[in-house]
Design a protein around this ligand. Structure first.
Ligand SMILES: Nc1ncnc2c1ncn2[C@@H]1O[C@H](COP(=O)(O)OP(=O)(O)OP(=O)(O)O)[C@@H](O)[C@H]1O
Length: 262
């Protein structure tokens, strides 16, 4: 089966800055990836390429078997669910939550004159329910807490029944309870064989939901480690990535890391 996502020697340059440096990465059907790295590592840039929001300066990015630069990205975007701080910023604050989810069907933010079927509304309601946000459907987006917004945006990202779901720091800004709820929901999604291929960007190993299968670590635009999570998510690889001696623990499918003082 062809990979869902394939980056080959992908480099992104802005002026003299190298945001990504000859990155190679292959994501296959059924896999659930976490992308870890410190601030400024290039995680968002990598996800923007996967989401077809950015093209590489050099190298080849193939998303859902289509090569970026040789395809109508607007058609391709329909097959990709994507949440990020930038997506959240584009949602009008006065937009009704149900419409935030519904409008994904047209790839727009802000409901205007599009027509929706009853089926679309039922699906949006179901997804809000799946994310534990069904009580919010008639609220406006601007009145939601940070955690509630994240849930709504993941429901939105799932609306088109995507083949690839890209989540850029979905737990950022959440309190402990909110993070645990989110990790629980993403863990359920990770274990669902019908769920899309998942890629989650995070700074923290504590945010990795159980069921995630692979990890890619990035520092300064360069991949420091990648592969199956069991063998690749090690204290040594984390220490190289975060440039700090670290202790890594795993318990009940969850990870925790802290600085080593020895
Ligand atoms: N347009 C640009 N011009 C110059 N440098 C840029 C530009 N966009 C991003 N960068 C730099 O590229 C690097 C990678 O940015 P990116 O947002 O991909 O990192 P990140 O790993 O997602 O970081 P964070 O964890 O802080 O969100 C950063 O140092 C950033 O300052």
């Amino acid at each position: 089966m062809a990979p869902v996502l394939e980056l080959a020697d992908v480099t992104v340059r802005r002026g003299t800055n190298v945001l990504l440096d000859e990155v190679g990465w292959t994501v296959e059907e059924g896999q659930r990836w976490v992308v870890l790295g410190p601030n400024g590592a290039g995680k968002t840039t990598m996800l923007q390429i996967a989401a077809t929001q950015m093209h590489p300066t050099s190298g080849t990015a193939t998303v859902l078997e289509e090569v970026l630069g040789a395809v109508d990205v607007f058609e391709l975007r329909h097959r990709i669910g994507y949440t990020s701080a930038a997506v959240a910023d584009r949602v009008p604050r006065g937009e009704r939550v149900l419409d935030v989810v519904l409008t994904a069907s047209y790839g727009v933010v802000g409901r205007w004159r599009e027509e929706y079927e009853e089926f679309d509304e039922s699906r949006a309601d179901l997804l809000l329910q799946l994310m534990g946000a069904d009580g919010l459907r008639d609220r406006t987006f601007g009145t939601l807490s940070e955690g509630e917004r994240k849930r709504v945006l993941i429901a939105r990202a799932l609306m088109t029944d995507p083949e690839l779901l890209l989540l850029d720091e979905p737990a950022a800004g959440l309190d402990l309870g909110g993070r645990e709820d989110l990790v629980g929901n993403l863990g359920k999604l990770a274990r669902d064989p019908d769920a899309p291929v998942l890629v989650l960007v995070s700074h923290h190993v504590e945010e990795i939901p159980p069921g995630f299968t692979h990890v890619l670590m990035l520092r300064g635009g360069t991949v420091t480690a990648q592969g199956p999570i069991e063998s690749t998510l090690t204290a040594q690889n984390l220490a190289i990535t975060f440039q700090m001696p670290l202790i890594l623990e795993k318990r009940d499918g969850r990870y925790a890391a802290r600085r080593s003082t020895t």
